[in-house]
Design a protein around this ligand. Structure first.
Ligand code: ZN
Length: 138
């Protein structure tokens, strides 16, 4: 069995941002030489997500609006967590959107449904953060 590990780094220009990282994960699969196996992709921070969905800008705006209704960023004082920090909303948004995805690798490719794409979801950005890519297979 082969295994492969790599970290992908992201610094977003905004506090909240979605980045399609599918191509970077595909490059990891290629680099690993694994043709049959599984790839785990997870955010290594508790204020960021990795999730699978459609790469459609309207949907991404819908996520932003829905998440802001669920856990509005402001006022910061509404959250007990915001003593020394201002990112309670980011922790909640990350929990809702998920920590990680696992994708099957078949024939050396990500075995996706027709519209599936992998996204990094940043909820407290403008600083260097990372995503773990871990693969096992043969
Ligand atoms: Zn915090």
């Amino acid at each position: 069995m082969k295994s492969f590990r790599k970290q992908l780094w992201f610094t977003t220009g905004k506090r909240r941002q979605f980045i399609n990282i599918t191509r970077q994960v595909e490059e990891c699969v290629h680099e690993s030489g694994i043709s049959e196996g599984l790839v785990l992709v997870n955010a290594m921070h508790i204020t960021a997500s990795v999730f699978i969905n459609d790469d459609e800008s309207g949907l991404h705006q819908d996520f932003e609006v829905w998440l802001e209704k669920l856990a509005p960023e402001k006022p910061y004082s509404q959250y007990k967590h915001n003593g020394f920090e201002d990112n309670a909303d980011a922790h909640i948004k990350r929990t809702v959107m998920g920590r990680e995805v696992v994708v099957a690798i078949t024939g050396g490719k990500l075995d996706f449904g027709p519209w599936e794409q992998i996204f990094y979801g940043e909820f407290d950005g403008m600083r260097k953060k990372r995503v773990l890519v871990k693969m096992i297979g043969e």
